[in-house]
Design a protein around this ligand. Sequence first.
Ligand code: NCD
Length: 340
Amino acid sequence: MDFKGSNVLSVRQFTLENLETVFNVANRMEKFASRQAQTKVLEGAILANLFFEPSTRTRISFGCAFNRLGGYVNDTVGFEFSSIVKGESLSDTSRVLSGYSDIIVVRHPTKGSVAKFAEATNVPIINGGDGIGEHPTQALLDIYTVYKEIGSDFQKINGLSIALVGDLKNGRTVHSLARLLSLFKNITFYLVAPPELGMPDSVLDTIASHGHRVIITSDLKEGIADADVVYTTRIQEERFESEEEYKKYRGFFKLSREFYERESKKRATIMHPLPRDSREIYCELDTDLNGHPNMAIFRQTDNGIPVRMALFALILGVEDKVEEYEKKVIWYVPDSFGKF
Ligand code: NCD
């Protein structure tokens, strides 16, 4: 894809070369994300950040990434505060907002709805998650995290084994991540899910068409034993028809420190798109792993900033001007970004 002026709706748009471009620009964004410097390259630009589903980190990290480039962010949260409750169509909302802003991020509960939103406007649209469909920017920051955890060597992603654990049917992050990882060579996918919550066939087809190895299991021990990356996910409570249905799966997988240290490879990186469900009966990723050197979940959330900054810069065509608009940071900044 040619980034300038483009929408980002699905990971299917990306080539390996695109991915490397995003990572290279993201690397340059790190000093701004960690506040060693600031840049005003997007001063005057406006992001409309439209979230029709719950979100903490995705919405705020899109917003902060835009702010860190010097741009202004306009947030709308939930249907109840938008004109959609008055019967306005998504395409009217889209057209209206395109008159007010330079770029729009949308999260919506219906699969395919962000693509529909994009049809009604000419300003670039980024998919911040469309129901059980996709979450392309999460996949970008997830693979960027893997890349950094293994020493910032793009080629070393080839040949990795990754365990995707949890609700693979309803989790959009794992759909996008599996598809995007399929661009690399010789990946081994351990797909670890309750039998009813397995990876959709369309994603399995993508993995298969690239010739990767797939092991499907509902046994966590078997699923993580050989993995270089253990990517845990939440059972997607809000996607189930009834509480009854959902309750069958809560607590199905629990990755604790003791289990991890006993069953996984010594260096296996632990990831999670977050939020993790920390209630006792759920707890897919135990807080007792906090502080473990392989626990990358907060480095992963930190990585959301440089990756989203890179995307904004590329889409708005300022990736080469970021340093030209650089300024000093004069306020107190702790040295903790990307550290633990
Ligand atoms: C995920 C999402 O919303 O798809 N969170 C995120 O964006 N980082 C995962 C989830 O809600 O379980």
